[in-house]
Design a protein around this ligand. Sequence first.
Ligand code: SAM
Length: 201
Amino acid sequence: MEPASDHPDFWNLRYDAGTTPWDSGGVPPALARFLQHTPLRGLRVLVPGCGFGYEVAAFAAAGADVVALDFSAPAVARARATVGPALADRIVPGDFFTHALPAAGFDLVYERTFLCALPVARWPEVAARTAALLRPGGRVAGFYFFAPKDDGPPHGLEPGEPDRLFGPAFALEHDAPVPPGESLPLFAGRERWQERRLRPL
Ligand SMILES: C[S@@+](CC[C@H](N)C(=O)[O-])C[C@H]1O[C@@H](n2cnc3c(N)ncnc32)[C@H](O)[C@@H]1O
């Protein structure tokens, strides 16, 4: 039986087979725009489930203190190759849910095809862990995939579902469709860029 998508073997098989339809091939344009207008120098950024890791170099170039996690060994190897030796130690092998990370230790958590990659039953844990890792006033920002629920992954969100998941502790500050031409075919017309802020205490 195939492992579930919250097990590293699910992803190891796909990286090893070169079956990676989520591979953006570079920094997605909506993130590039965010980086242009968001001062990140010195801010602590976490990239959970970083995959190929293109964004890690972009966050570092913006001056952020970035840490990326992935629990798939081939993903970690690819991300380290992507970012090169100077940033390789920023790519950490580890499980987002259990790896020792500082509570309230991050200013920004970046999301792309991490939530939708996990079984829907684990989504509340993703939101709770994100809240625990962000400092009050910190943000979670990135791409959210909206589609009817089917076999997945990717597992689609319903309209309003991210607000319910993240709950009243977070305020939605930005929400815009990703132009279809900027998305991979798998996600085209079904992605939104959203930013939520953990309300200050
Ligand atoms: C669909 S891929 C997306 C990769 C990357 N975010 C991107 O946009 O290309 C999902 C990634 O999340 C990783 N992943 C899934 N669950 C994880 C967990 N609990 N901790 C760390 N990484 C995880 C997988 O190994 C895989 O590399």
